[in-house]
Design a binder for this molecule. Sequence first.
Ligand code: HEC
Length: 226
Amino acid sequence: MKMVASKYIKTAVVITALPLVFASCKKAGGEYTGDSYTWDMNYSRAYETYSMMPDMPNGMSAITPVDGTVPYVGNAIAGVKSDSLTMALNLPYQLPNTPEGYNRAALEVKNPFSINDKEVVAEGKHFYDIYCAVCHGAAGDGKGFIVTEGKYTAMPPNYFDPVYMAMTEGTMFHSVTYGRNAMQPYSYALSKEERWKVVTYVKHLQAEYASKQAPSAASDTTASIK
Ligand code: HEC
């Protein structure tokens, strides 16, 4: 009796194991990608973007943009207007990191902010003190402490040298975005809006400097925000 039972068990084990043996045979080919047990979780079904889907809020697979959505327009940064501030700040920066892009930035890229906007200047100062002052100096004279301590041998410019006084905001924005020679790019740390604010602050420092040099130009500048 005992013998018979164990025979049945052996047979049952062999029968149960057979599919596993065959399954492992399938894998030998190298092209077999494996079994999938949760098929509908692994492979989601693709829908056409604007196909009919009654369960969706507006009856189709893609939801239409909310009211007030600003459309993406190709090279719009070149012609920033005051009423398109939001759009300009949300567009990716279009000019390439090439000498040509650098030259075009000087002429085409306009600061959406004004150096007379005290709030913007104050925010720009905040970012400047964090990211730029170590090299360029809190005053903008190129005497940041890692320079005066002799730890940094590349010479950050003095913003009040004529060549930098004449530099356009577009050039500055381009250089802060992509970096310039020994200076690293800041697009990793500062959003487009923040980079513009920091550039606005640099221009504000220059305007203050200019007004001290030639008191008659004082009416063009804002009061110190310290
Ligand atoms: C680690 C030091 C360092 C820091 C930090 C730094 N810069 Fe500079 N920056 C330099 C040096 C060096 C140059 C000169 C690059 C050259 O022309 O070779 C320079 C050049 C510039 C120029 C002139 C660019 C041009 O086109 O000639 C501007 C504008 C400028 N920096 C702004 C900034 C701003 C704004 C920040 C902060 C977001 C900043 N820098 C942070 C070192 C630094």
